[in-house]
Ligand binder design. Structure first.
Ligand code: B12
Ligand code: SF4
Length: 532
């Protein structure tokens, strides 16, 4: 086998400052492998860089057909080494790129995810490399981490995977009974509907690409390809529903939990037509949807098919924030969509993210006021998320590094897990507000629940407490920093709302009305579980 080992590549200015010497790690590996009958060489890019002597990297890469090109990686040289790997893969597409060294060992996920390197050696390289070069199967080689790209399911396999779930054998009743017993005689029809739910996953991915969402990237980043959106077809789904109903006759709700059930309106309508035709009695349906998917015809059909709730990632009512997070959605469109759902009696549950990295205090207040306006009507349900969690696999995690972080010890081990809780806002006043809010909101919710004698901390109750609390903090912050009052919430124009379907006016929630509503005990009664 032909093996080339490349030492960590420093910046020129740094290399000039140190006493460079032959890189013993890769020198030793090349010597060891050569002694065992392989053609192994090392290359030190630093020497050529500072002296100009000897062959260039390109000369070495192209002088023979390398089976393996191995990079030695240190923390400080990581970026250069990754660029070296890309360069080597370009010039030698048939070679396998591998890595080793201290940084490769402790940071192998970065290397495997962000470079053409497929294999990282942990610890001393001699034994794993020899076994690799001798052609031993990967699973028999100690001290390696290997990554191969995923292969996404085809349409046929996706259908097969959905229908081969043993729906009949799944112990839904055991799950349901736990909650039914917990509720006892407090069970309401709404809670009963929520408990006796069967979830169906009908689509592989959502292609929208919101910057805080890792789900949108899972299959594409995992396979390093463009992955088409694949959906279980309507016949397949109807068969699943029939099987579930026949084998679990107490089921009350079928919940489509793929990221966006409504992405293909025609398909949703065809599904609803079939549901109406088959007549599943009082069986209800729930799904996730993007607000921009909602057309009047589709919502009408969903209502006929007995869809009772849609979970929607509204996220924010400020246009600039929607653009910042890559939501591809006009703020006005949200009002139109919510009005449509109201018109056809399908309750929306929407998430709101209060603080994004570039949010202004005006953005937050606008979103608070508008959300408050909706949720004071029991028809609308909101979940309030404080700020963006920099989930791994999201654009935001790639773009930002200023996080609120904490350590969680792994009980019974010497390890800790570092949790990145949220991205700090860039605006200093918003950041101050974010700190204040996130450090005290749980206490505030607890206090209000106790003081107001709320029996069940439902999502709706909690949402209202959080919104009011944030509003109060915003007003205090404006006063403290001498900021002008927030911009009045504009009446959305050209929407169904204008036609009087729901709101005749949308006005900002003033400090006075806030104070009034705080005392009006308008915390809505429990409406069952929030679903995810
Ligand atoms: C001597 C030394 C130097 C010398 C000589 C460097 C040289 N050209 O060899 C000098 C002073 C020049 C130097 C410079 C630097 N060093 Co220095 N150096 C060391 C030291 C003390 C010994 C290195 C050594 O010879 N190890 C012996 C060889 C045999 O082991 P090895 O390199 O780890 O290789 C084995 C395995 O790791 C593995 N392996 C390594 N590479 C690869 C590649 C592949 C493909 C495979 C499969 C396996 C594999 O197999 C090898 C054989 O078993 C180490 C500490 C240490 N304990 O390693 C620090 C150390 C490597 N250096 C370090 C640093 C930070 C640097 C500099 C970035 C400092 C600077 N700012 O200038 C530069 C980088 C220079 C460069 N481009 O390589 C850090 C790296 C920390 C990190 N996590 O990345 C270390 C770990 C010191 C420390 N404790 O913090 N260094
Ligand atoms: S629309 Fe929803 S699922 Fe799709 S990328 Fe955005 S957040 Fe993720």
């Amino acid at each position: 086998m032909n093996l080339l080992f490349v030492s960590p590549c420093s910046e020129k200015e740094v290399a000039e400052l140190t006493f460079l010497s032959p890189p013993l790690g890769v020198v030793r590996l090349a010597g060891f492998l050569s002694a065992r009958g392989h053609n192994a060489e090392y290359y030190d890019p630093n020497l050529h860089m500072i002296t100009g002597d000897g062959p260039s990297f390109d000369d070495v890469l192209t002088k023979t057909e390398w089976d393996y090109i191995g990079f030695s990686v240190l923390e400080e040289t990581l970026e250069n080494d990754l660029m070296g790997m890309y360069h080597a893969k370009k010039l030698c597409p048939g070679s396998n790129i591998i890595a080793g060294g201290i940084e490769a060992q402790f940071n192998y996920q970065t290397i495997l995810d962000k470079s053409p390197c497929e294999l990282v050696v942990i610890g001393e390289g001699e034994i794993p490399l020899l076994k690799l070069a001798d052609g031993e199967p990967l699973q028999d080689i100690p001290g390696i981490v290997f990554k191969s790209n995923a292969r996404p399911l085809s349409q046929e396999l996706f259908n097969e995977a959905t229908s081969t779930i043993q729906w009949e054998a799944l112990p839904y009743e055991e799950y349901w009974n736990f909650y039914l017993q917990a509720y006892g005689d407090k069970l309401t029809p709404a809670v009963d509907n929520a408990i006796r739910t069967v979830r169906v996953f009908s689509r592989n991915r959502c292609p929208i690409g919101c910057k805080y969402c890792s789900s949108t990237n899972q299959l594409t980043w995992g396979s390093d390809t463009k992955v088409p959106v694949i959906s279980a077809d309507e016949d397949n789904l109807i068969t699943v529903v029939e099987r579930v109903v026949a084998s679990h006759p107490d089921v009350k709700t079928i919940y489509f939990t793929d990221d966006d059930f409504c992405i293909n309106k025609r398909s949703v309508i065809r599904f609803c037509e079939k549901v109406v035709e088959k007549d599943f009695g009082d069986l209800t349906f729930l799904s996730f949807a993007r607000i921009t998917d909602l057309s009047e015809e589709m919502v009408k059909w969903m209502s006929k098919a007995n869809f009772r709730q849609l979970n929607i990632g509204v996220e924010n009512f400020s246009q600039t924030v929607l653009e910042e997070v890559g939501k591809i959605c006009d703020a006005d469109r949200i009002h139109t969509g919510l009005a449509l759902l109201k018109k056809y009696g399908i309750e929306p549950y929407f998430n709101i993210i209060l603080i994004t990295p570039q949010t202004t205090i005006d953005d937050i207040e606008l979103t608070i006021d508008t959300t408050m306006y909706y949720v004071l009507d029991e028809f609308f349900h909101a979940g309030i998320i404080s700020a963006i969690v920099p989930l791994k696999g999201t654009e935001f995690a790639e773009m930002y590094s200023d996080y609120k972080t904490h350590l969680r010890p792994l009980e019974g081990t010497n390890y800790t897990i570092k949790k990145e809780e949220m991205i700090w806002a860039e605006d200093p006043i918003v950041r101050e507000l974010q700190k204040l809010y996130t450090e005290s909101v749980d206490e505030e919710v607890g206090r209000r629940v106790r003081e107001e004698g709320i029996v069940h901390k439902s999502g709706q109750n909690v949402a209202l407490i959080k919104l009011r609390y944030m509003k109060q903090l915003i007003l205090e912050m404006r006063e403290k920093h001498g900021l002008p009052p927030g911009v009045a919430v504009q009446r959305p124009e050209g929407t169904l709302i204008e036609q009087g379907v729901r709101l005749s006016k949308v006005e900002p929630v003033s400090p006075q009305s806030l104070a009034a509503s705080e005392g009006d005990n308008s915390i809505v009664p429990d409406r069952g579980f929030g679903h995810f």
